[in-house]
Design a binder for this molecule. Structure first.
Ligand code: SF4
Ligand code: SF4
Length: 220
């Protein structure tokens, strides 16, 4: 295949360098791949820079609190906002950063107006859960307008990765995790399992209309 070399009319690009273009079709081209310099592929400079930043944060965190502590006249006084903003890490659990508004924490199950569980045991949430930590055993509902309800609804909070997919998947606003609460600290693994009863106890009457009624359902 003949190639027309030295195409000086080629526009300057930041991509691979075009060496030649085929006479038969302009899209058939020979290109020269630009390899990065050895200095860039060893990552030594970037590694040294990153270690320098870490060292700087370490030194600030080590010496700045001591200096500020010496200036505090009352032991246990509230942490000065200025002090907190100057150090690079949060002194948890003495200090806590406010969670963002969209934080999703501990699960709760929502209720209907009559106090019954809102879940219809559709199995969407255990299907989507990446941690396989939701267990639902359905039973027939005594409400003639509802096919099923959960007889058992359990979530193993130790396996939960707090992804929120169960909330996203639920078609009827039956499960939420927007309370800003963490899962409870426990000593036994079994105690980390949230049951239907405990999740319902922190649930609220749902504001959603069953089945969805358009984009303004949250205002109902
Ligand atoms: S938050 Fe994620 S991991 Fe936890 S129960 Fe819901 S879907 Fe499963
Ligand atoms: S997705 Fe909603 S309705 Fe379906 S089983 Fe889960 S909580 Fe119940």
């Amino acid at each position: 295949m003949a190639h027309a070399a030295d195409h000086h009319d080629e526009p300057e690009t930041t991509g691979p360098k075009v060496i030649s273009v085929s006479d038969r079709h302009p899209r058939v081209r020979t290109i020269q791949v630009v390899r990065p310099d050895a200095a860039d592929t060893t990552y030594l400079a970037a590694t040294a820079k990153g270690l320098g930043i870490t060292l700087k944060h370490f030194a600030r965190n080590l010496f700045l609190p001591l200096k500020k502590l010496a200036n505090r006249n009352v032991a246990g006084a509230p942490v000065d906002e200025k002090w907190r903003n100057e150090i690079e890490t949060v002194q948890y659990p003495e200090e806590k950063v406010p969670y963002p508004e969209r934080f999703r924490g501990l699960h709760r199950l929502m209720m209907r107006d009559d106090g019954a569980v809102r879940c219809v045991a559709c199995m969407c949430c255990p299907t989507v859960c990446p941690a396989h930590c939701i267990t639902i055993i359905p039973e027939e509902s005594d409400n003639p307008g509802i096919e099923k309800r959960p007889a058992v609804f359990e979530i193993d909070e130790l396996r939960c990765v707090v992804c929120g997919l169960c909330v996203e998947a639920c078609p009827c606003d039956a499960i939420r995790m927007d309370t800003g609460e963490h899962a409870r600290p426990v000593e036994e693994r079994a105690d980390a399992i949230e049951t239907k009863e405990t999740m319902l106890s922190r649930g609220l009457v749902s504001i959603a209309t069953q089945g969805g009624e358009g984009p303004n359902w949250r205002n109902r």
